[in-house]
Ligand binder design. Sequence first.
Ligand code: HGY
Ligand code: MN
Ligand code: MN
Length: 424
Amino acid sequence: MLRARRGTARTIVGIMPELRSTDTVTGLLAEIADVGRDRQRGGYSRPVFSTAERDLTGWFIAHAQRRGLDVHTDLNGVIWASSGDLSSGESVVTGSHLDSVPGGGAFDGPLGICSALVAFDRLQQRGFTPLRPLSIAVFPEEEGSRFGVACLGSRLLTGAIDPDRARSLRDADGNTLAEVAAASGLDPRFLGQDDGTLAAVGTFLELHVEQGRGLVDLSKPVGIARSILGHGRWRITVEGQGNHAGSTLMADRRDPMVTAARVVVAVREAALAHPDSRATVGRLTPVPGGTNVIASSVTLWLDVRHPRHEIVATVVQAITTEAGRLAAEEGCRVTVAEESLSGTVQFPTGLRDMLSHTLPGSPLLDSGAGHDAGVLAARVESAMLFVRNPTGVSHSPEEQVEADDAEAGAIALADALQALLTRD
Ligand code: HGY
Ligand code: MN
Ligand code: MN
C-alpha cells in the first residue's frame, strides 16, 4: 500500500473537504466550484497568492493531509504532498496548478490536481507495493497572469529564470513578487533554482484538460502529449501625448491608442504571413484610461507561438518593425520588451511509449498550450496526459470536461502512476 507520513497541519478557513471514502474528480471540482468566481468576466479569476488561490491551495493541503500525505511548501512556493521518503531521489510526481487566467475555465489546472487526488485513492485501493514514493505537486503562477511570466514557479525551481529578475516582477498594482511572496510566508531571498528538491523527483506526469479539439475530433477521452509549442511573451509600450478629448484638434494629436490599435491588426497580419504561427494581443492597458482622455501611453502584451523558435523570432521582428513605423506615423514612441520565451518541448519518447503501452488507444497530441511539465522537462523526465474537452475551448468559461471523461482521466492517471511506481 502507499505509505505516507502525517505532515504539519495548515488549517484553512473556508473550504474543508467532506470526509468521504471515495472522492470523484467531479465531486472534488464541485467542492471548489465557488472559489474565485469572476462575476464580471464570467468563469474564474484566481491569481497566484490571491485569497481565491490560497483558499484552493489550503483546500488541497487539507485533502492531502486527510490522505496521510506529508505536505510541505518549498522555497519557491511549490506545494508537495508526498507518501514515503523522498530522499530516494526517484519519486514519481504528478500535479499541476491552481491559479487561473482572468475569467478562466473550471478545469485548467484544477483538473490535474483533483485527478491526482482521485488517482491516489485508486492506487491505495489496488493494494500493490510501490518501489518509490509518490508526490502530488501544486505549482504557483503557471498562467503568469499576475506577474507576467508563464510557469513562474517551475521556472524558478528549475533555474529557468533569474531569481533577481523574478523578485522584481510587478503585478498590475505595482507589488513585486518579492513583496507578495513574503506576505504569503515565503522568504524571497531563497527564490530560485532548487537542486535539492529537483533531485528528489524521478518522473513528473501532469494531467491536464485538453485546450483544443484533438480528442473531440478523434472521439477519445484521454490523450498523451507528444510536444508543447514554443511560445513567448513581449510587452509593447506606446508613448504619445496625453490630452483632453474635447479641446485637442485631431491634427494636434499623438494618440498612442491609435498606434496600439493598428499594432493589434499588424500582429494578426504577421501571424498570417507565417503558417503555423499564432500571435495574440489579449491584454491592452491605456494610461490613464479615461473616456474623455487621450491616453498618454498604452501597453499591450504580445503572445507568439510556433514550433520553430526562429519563426517566432521572425514574427516578433516583423511586428516590432511595423510597430516602429506605425508609431512614427502618429508621432509616438514604441518599445518592445521580451517577458518570457520557451522553445518547443518534445517529450521523451521512452516515457511517452511506456504511457502508450499502459494506455492503449490513447492518441498522441501536440499541445499549443504551455504547461509546467514543459518547463520541468528540461531537468526531469516528464510527460503529460490530456482529457477530452468537448467544446475545445479554453481560457474561457466555456472550457468543459464531461464527468465520465474526468473519471476516465483519473483512472488513466492511476494506471500510468502505478506503472511508474513499479517500473524497475
Ligand atoms: O498560456 C499557456 O499556454 C498556458 O495556458 N499557461
Ligand atoms: Mn494550465
Ligand atoms: Mn492555462
